[in-house]
Design a protein around this ligand. Structure first.
Ligand code: M6R
Length: 619
């Protein structure tokens, strides 16, 4: 949901800002803009509708010189995506320019107040209200920008990550955050002087410096050309910046020869999962060690219920996690949409463990759900991919996925990483609570270790999906069916297709078909059935029969040596045999590839699907 970049140093800012925007484009791409203190000490703002490439084209004949600037790529919340609503926004006097990620909830009343005081507005955005409010504070309190930002933000209800330039102080950069992420990189220029980078996440900063400071909620940072950095809260109480060393490298952010990040991330899954289990799962000793569980052993021993909060794909992996944890640990697990949980006065006990699952670690609803759980005294455990993200920092303990940065908007390797991490968590809890026999514990560990190799087999043996997918270019609907552990995967398969190919798809528990959805089945309806030779195989075979009798087209995911379902299917994807609970890890791959190639056949941009953004930092 909007990406912010900033630079202050010795280098030309514009190329650094544009490169940063490209890396953040996954956060939003309906318009983009840049503000620069130019060589002539002007505060220039350039913006355009569309992607960052459109901004670059619009800037070709403009003065883009200067070593201080801020930039923005937008996912519209207030006002349609056009150049005037794009960021940066000037203040009325044009002395300030500001970029913003988040939502100012009370912007209407603030705007009305400012208008009463004679201020006029150029856009419909909440962001323009913010920059005007800051300018207003500077005027009425006769203070500098740093203080005015603190004063203004005290009046703001909502979420913000902001960066601001001031024409009359062309050597300073100010930023602030609350409930939207912001990272400051601190590097050294060629001449050895301190330079500053700002990003909505670390991706625009990688390659320049690995030293970063994560701003906390309601903190305002001041940086200037002398290398000074100061951070204070909204009451101007100074805070000592905590420098962190980033572990990410540049290669992880490139497409590495793949046409799209999504395809790269699908193929990366075997190695990503190896990284995820490394150091946690010991194959020689057949043991699992998760520091988050070991360090909080009493909590896990005494908890009577687990509640998992998540959104989208993370909600689907949470559902698979529920099945596994209930089976392995005998603890009741509830899975909640974070957006519902946060607003419905749920019953939360002090001995509950609330688990937040989030790739980005920035999803606003999940963050709010955590806060609610904490306010009610529950212990909160985070499962995130992005290191140092807001959720990772807001939770009491947790486990990172370690699957590397996921750039494609459609989540793939984070999904399988979450499923495997929840399985590790289930095994670690089962070990403490002694709810699995030694034999079963070791069998599960052994099989978990085989998953990366089995994923490699799956990728190698489903290579013709691209040819097959073309026939669905003009389909209007799909059904996805699965039972047990494969029901959440059916939901995930349907979501993948919807979000990147814009074809309507529904996921259902296979047995629910006859309670309604079967009415939709005819010769035009492709039905994807996850039908491994495990669990309720015979029952799934009967469900397939029911669809075939109504002329539905069967696309199945079957175990490699299957002949029965293969014989009933119009097309088959094959996976190696594995335990029931791990089938989704393998069966996810053909479903991801199917949605990818259907979207490609429809000529769509899979990495940047319309209306979506990678991290949903607004409600
Ligand atoms: O970063 P999170 O895991 O919290 O994100 C949750 C959802 O927004 C996300 O999974 C979304 O559904 C993806 N686009 C799915 O591919």
């Amino acid at each position: 949901m909007c990406g912010i970049v900033g630079y202050l140093g010795d280098e030309q800012a514009y190329p650094i800002l544009i490169k940063g925007l490209h890396r953040l484009e996954y956060r939003g791409y309906d318009s983009a803009g840049v503000a620069l203190i130019t060589g002539r000490k002007d505060l220039a703002v350039y913006k355009s509708k569309g992607k960052v490439a459109a901004l670059e084209a619009a800037c070709e004949d403009k003065d883009t010189t200067g070593t201080l600037g801020i930039a923005h790529t937008r996912w519209a919340t207030h006002g349609e995506p056009n150049a005037s609503n794009a960021h940066p926004h000037y203040s009325e006097s044009r002395n300030l320019a500001l970029v913003h990620n988040g939502i100012i909830e009370n912007y209407k009343s603030l705007r009305a107040e400012l208008e009463k005081n004679g201020m006029t507005f150029q856009s419909e955005t909440d962001t323009e209200v913010l920059v005007q409010l800051i300018e207003y504070m500077m005027g009425t309190h006769k203070c500098d920008l740093y203080n005015a930002v603190q004063l203004a933000l005290k009046n703001v209800i909502g979420a913000y990550a902001i960066a601001i330039l001031e024409k009359s102080h062309p050597d300073q950069l100010i930023c602030a955050r609350k409930a939207s992420p912001l990272v400051i990189g601190v590097g050294k220029s060629k001449s050895g002087r301190t330079e500053f980078y700002v990003g909505s996440d670390a991706t625009p900063i990688i390659g320049y410096t690995n030293q970063v400071v994560y701003l906390n909620d309601e903190e305002v940072a001041y940086m200037d050309r002398s290398g000074k950095m100061e951070i204070a809260n909204l009451n101007n109480v100074k805070v000592t910046p905590q420098m962190v060393t980033l572990q990410m490298n540049l290669d992880e952010l490139e497409k590495g020869g793949y046409a799209h990040f999504m395809l790269k991330e699908i193929w990366e899954q075997p190695n990503a999962l190896r990284n995820c289990i490394r150091g946690r799962l010991n194959i020689e000793q057949k043991d699992v060690n998760l520091s988050g569980v070991i360090d909080n052993k009493e909590r896990f021993l005494n908890c009577r219920r687990i509640i998992i909060c998540a959104c989208g794909t993370s909600w689907h992996s949470a559902l698979i996690g529920k099945y596994f944890i209930e089976e392995a640990c005998h603890i009741p697990v509830e899975v909640e949409y974070a957006s519902e949980f946060r607003y419905r006065n749920p019953v939360i006990y002090k001995d509950d463990i609330v688990i937040a699952v989030s790739q980005s670690g920035e999803t606003a609803d999940t963050l709010a759900a955590i806060q609610l759980a904490k306010d009610n005294g529950a212990f909160v455990y985070g499962i995130c991919n992005v290191i140092g993200s807001s959720i990772a920092r807001a939770t009491d303990s947790g486990t990172y996925l370690h699957v590397g940065p996921e750039i494609g908007v459609a989540s793939t390797k984070a999904f399988t990483g979450q499923v495997i991490t929840l399985s590790l968590l289930g095994l670690a809890i089962a070990k403490e609570r002694k709810t699995l026999t030694k034999e079963m514990y070791e069998l599960l560990i052994e099989e978990l270790c085989n998953i990366p190799e089995k994923m490699e087999w799956t990728l190698a043996n489903n290579k013709d999906i691209d040819q097959f997918a073309r026939q669905f270019t003009y389909c209007r609907n799909f059904l996805y069916l699965g039972r047990g552990y494969n029901y959440p995967l059916a939901l995930e398969g349907a979501l993948k297709l919807k979000e990147i190919s814009y074809i309507h798809a529904e996921g259902y528990p296979a047995a629910e078909m006859k309670h309604g959805p079967i009415a939709l089945v005819d010769h035009e309806m492709p039905v994807v059935v996850i039908a491994p030779k495990r669990g309720m195989y015979e029952k799934v075979v009967s469900n397939i029969q029911e669809i075939k009798s109504r002329n539905g087209k069967i696309i199945s995911v079957v175990t490699a040596d299957d002949t029965v379902v293969r014989g009933m299917s119009d097309y088959c994807f094959t996976i190696p045999d594995t335990r029931d609970c791990f089938v989704p890890l393998l069966a996810a791959i053909p479903l991801q590839l199917l949605s990818y190639y259907v979207a490609i056949a429809r000529g769509l941009n899979v990495d940047q699907p319309r209306n979506l953004a990678k991290s949903v930092t607004v409600e």
